[in-house]
Structure formats: C-alpha cells, structure tokens
Design a protein around this ligand. Structure first.
Ligand SMILES: NC(=O)c1ccc[n+]([C@@H]2O[C@H](COP(=O)([O-])OP(=O)(O)OC[C@H]3O[C@@H](n4cnc5c(N)ncnc54)[C@H](OP(=O)(O)O)[C@@H]3O)[C@@H](O)[C@H]2O)c1
Length: 250
C-alpha cells in the first residue's frame, strides 16, 4: 500500500511513518522539510500520484484563531483537491475530542475548519478525534514558564498514549470506519496540573507547576470536562499511571 503522511516528521506523523514502513508500506512524507508546503500548496502537485490513502497529521504552533483556521483549512483543502485528482481512496485526519464544545480556542477553531474542509472534499474522509496525549501537559507547561515555575491549565484531561493513537490511525488508513468520525481516549481522568507534576517527577526534573485559569466560555467548558471522553469514545491504551511508571517517555 502507498500512503502519504502529511506532517510525517511530527510527533505523531513520524511514528506512523515508522509503523507503516515496518510492515512494508510505501510511505510518502509530506511537509515543508520534504519540500511540500501544504498551507500554500507549493510542491504538492503530483506528490499523491499512485497513493492509496492520505493521513493528515499536520499542526501549527500558531495560537490565533485567524492563523489556525487559515492553516488547518488550507492544508485540508489542498490535500483533498490533490487526492481527488490523483484518485486516492481515502483521507484520514487526526483531530481532537471535544473541539466543538470549545470552539473559542484558536487551535480548536482550526481543527473544526480542518474537519469541515476534509469532509467537504470528494475523497471519503475518516476522522479520528483523540484526547490529549500523555506528553501534552508537559509540552504546554514547558512553553509557559520562567525559572523552575511552569504554568499549566486547570482542567481535567483523559490522556491517551501516542502509540495507541498511531495504532488506531493505521487501522483507519487500512479502511476501518471509512467515512466516519470516531473518538479515542485513554483510561484515566486526571487534572492536567497533576499530570504535568507527575511527568516532571518521572523525568527527574524539578519544576513547580502552577495552575493557570483562562477566561472565556471555552476555557470554562474545558474546566467542566469538555475535553474528556463521551459515551461513544473508545477507551484504549496505557493509563497515565502506567506511562509515568515507564519513566514518562516520548
Ligand atoms: N498533542 C496532543 O495532545 C494532541 C491530541 C490530539 C490530537 N492532536 C493533533 O495531532 C496533530 C499532530 O500533532 P503533533 O504534535 O504530531 O504535531 P507536530 O509535532 O507539531 O508536527 C507538525 C507537523 O506538521 C508539519 N507542517 C507544519 N506546517 C506545515 C506546512 N505549512 N506544510 C506542510 N507540513 C507542515 C510539520 O512538518 P514541517 O515542519 O516539515 O513542515 C510536522 O511534520 C495536530 O493536528 C493536533 O491537533 C494533538
């Protein structure tokens, strides 16, 4: 099978690329470092020729709603247009649980635009909405701090193991749940600050994690549990306890 992985150099994408190559798939990596800018579309023409499935694992560090909606929407539209031209069978997109309950957050507004543009294309679209990865509280806290102090959102999360996300993405790339939107979460609910403190401790780093309370309806919804699994969310993979006991890898 020939699979194009957009964002194939990123945290999730690189793992998917390794997993697909290990089982013998022919993988095309799409990203600026591979000469393809998916936001502008530069370098994409012809890149999907002979491809069976496209997986979108792109992301942007932008926070503003305008930038995020532009980035994710443009990437999804360019992928769908070129995939349709090249006769690709399916597009699979990695998204986030609860984004429609917190549309005021810039990244989530972008993810909603990405989902919409993906579904609006001619190629059947399958979407995996995952909860935050085990590494997310650390990633967030490492961006917001000074000295040993780190800020982390005060809200519950239900983190999922990134390798479990990779397994589910590969299943969808193979055609499972085609055309549907499915959800995935880990088995344990925990406060994000606790998750960050435990991960720092497991990695032997001395950090003081301070809860951050953001204003706005979406942030309030997040504090009330909008990012957690719902009734139809599949629960899979190792818990935060198990990930921390393994030394908080990744
Ligand atoms: N972190 C979480 O807890 C979590 C949970 C659920 C879902 N997700 C979703 O998972 C997705 C992947 O996240 P990640 O942490 O793996 O992202 P990441 O590590 O930041 O990787 C982003 C990827 O996007 C590519 N990219 C960025 N701008 C591009 C452009 N203009 N054209 C082409 N490629 C571009 C990058 O490659 P180049 O730099 O080479 O262009 C890179 O491969 C995101 O959409 C995120 O919303 C994340």
């Amino acid at each position: 099978m020939r699979v194009a992985v957009a964002g194939g150099t990123g945290q999730v994408g690189a793992r998917v690329v390794s997993r697909l190559r290990e089982r013998g798939d022919d993988v095309v990596v799409l990203g600026r470092s591979a000469g393809v800018d998916l936001e502008s579309g530069a370098g994409l023409a012809g890149a999907l020729d002979g491809v069976d499935a496209v997986l979108d694992c792109t992301s942007t560090p932008a926070q503003s709603r305008v930038r995020c909606v532009h980035f994710f929407g443009a990437v999804a539209r360019h992928l769908q247009t070129e995939a349709a031209r090249a006769g690709v069978r399916r597009v699979v997109t990695l998204s986030i649980v609860g984004i429609d309950r917190m549309p005021g957050l810039g990244h989530y507004a972008g993810k909603l635009a990405q989902e919409e543009a993906t579904r609006a294309g001619d190629v059947p679209a399958t979407i995996l909405r995952a909860t935050q990865f085990h590494t997310f509280p650390l990633q967030l806290a490492s961006q917001l701090g000074v000295g040993p102090l780190r800020l982390c959102l005060r809200q519950p999360v239900q983190p999922v193991d990134v390798d479990t996300v990779v397994s589910h993405l590969v299943r969808l790339v193979d055609g499972a749940d085609e055309g549907r939107t499915v959800e995935l979460a880990g088995p344990q609910v925990v406060s994000m600050t606790t998750a960050a403190r435990r991960a720092y401790a497991a990695r032997g780093r001395r950090r003081v994690v301070v809860p951050l309370v953001l204003p706005g309806a979406s942030a309030r919804a997040a504090r009330r549990g909008a990012a957690l699994a719902g009734e139809d969310t599949e629960i899979d993979g190792r818990s935060l306890d198990e990930w921390v006991a393994a030394g908080a890898p990744g």
